[in-house]
Write a protein that binds this ligand. Structure first.
Ligand SMILES: Nc1ncnc2c1ncn2[C@@H]1O[C@H](COP(=O)(O)OP(=O)(O)OP(=O)(O)O)[C@@H](O)[C@H]1O
Ligand SMILES: [Mg+2]
Length: 255
């Protein structure tokens, strides 16, 4: 799907992130091409979630560069001068979390229609029409009126994906979106992601589903101790990891 010659859609160079004295990211460099699916794997605490949060401007970073489309996020806290850049980056890339983070008091339809109405200023009727289309796309046309508490985990996660898509992002960041789900429900969510991938959406997925990463990702990056220790084509990297840290990690998760 992706054009290897094209300028990457997303590029990070030597990104460093600290919390107090604790260095979390020690120079993370990676690139993601438009239409590509990239899986980010690695040991717990390696900085995967932190990196995703830096990538869409939710968390400041201390050094390095993050470019998303035509926007460059500068290091340092979000200043008034850079607020518009952060806002555009957050629009550009959607994010879906392990614990869904739906608005509990809004129906599935309300969750999906909310931001287009309040942030993009779409008229209510248009936002709801789009929300119905997106719920149908993720297989939930008949659940539009349900509150999150009345939905299964897999259904909640599909509402969360529809909600992210409602902002028409160029890329979707997924942070362990299936790890809170039973095996059966995982498939519902992974199938939706594969459908989006086929439609050309750029996906960056933090995942512990190594089988899914091997099958669905174009490339895999292994993040450990705040650095990319290895990257490469998904099947090649998972079947024949070259770096000892990757080998050790894959042994521990694959048993
Ligand atoms: N807000 C925070 N304040 C201080 N330290 C934090 C904060 N968020 C994360 N950390 C620390 O940063 C490190 C990386 O955490 P992160 O959540 O990015 O790891 P991860 O690779 O996503 O792990 P997991 O696979 O368990 O989700 C951890 O040591 C964590 O304790
Ligand atoms: Mg994490």
């Amino acid at each position: 799907m992706s054009d290897p010659q094209a300028l990457p859609l997303i590029e990070t160079i030597a990104v460093e992130k600290r919390y107090g004295d604790h260095t979390i990211l020690r120079g993370v460099t990676l690139d993601v091409r438009a239409g590509e699916t990239v899986a980010l794997i690695g040991p717990s605490g390696g900085g995967k979630s932190t990196f995703l949060r830096c990538l869409n401007g939710l968390t400041p970073f201390e050094a390095g560069t993050i470019r998303v489309g035509n926007e460059t996020l500068p290091p340092g806290p979000e200043t008034p001068a850079h607020r518009a850049v952060h806002a555009r980056v957050r629009r550009f890339i959607g994010m879906v979390f392990q614990d869904f983070q739906l608005f509990p008091h809004l129906t599935a339809l309300g969750n999906v229609a909310e931001a287009p109405r309040t942030v993009l200023g779409l008229p209510a009727r248009e936002a709801e029409g789009q929300a119905r289309d997106l719920l149908a796309k993720v297989g939930l046309a008949d659940r539009a009126g349900h509150l999150p508490a009345q939905l299964s985990g897999g259904q909640k996660q599909r509402v969360a994906i529809a909600r992210a898509l409602a902002m028409r992002p160029k890329a979707l960041l997924c942070d362990e979106v299936t790890s809170a789900l039973d095996p059966e429900l995982k498939h519902e969510v992974l199938n939706v992601l594969e459908q989006l991938q086929e439609e050309g959406l750029t996906l960056i997925m933090v995942t512990h589903e190594i089988g899914f990463a091997r099958r669905a990702a174009d490339r895999v990056f292994v993040l450990a101790d705040g650095k990319v220790v290895e990257s490469g084509p998904a099947q090649q990297l998972i079947d024949q990891p070259q770096v000892e840290r990757t080998q050790k990690f894959l042994r521990s998760v694959l048993g």
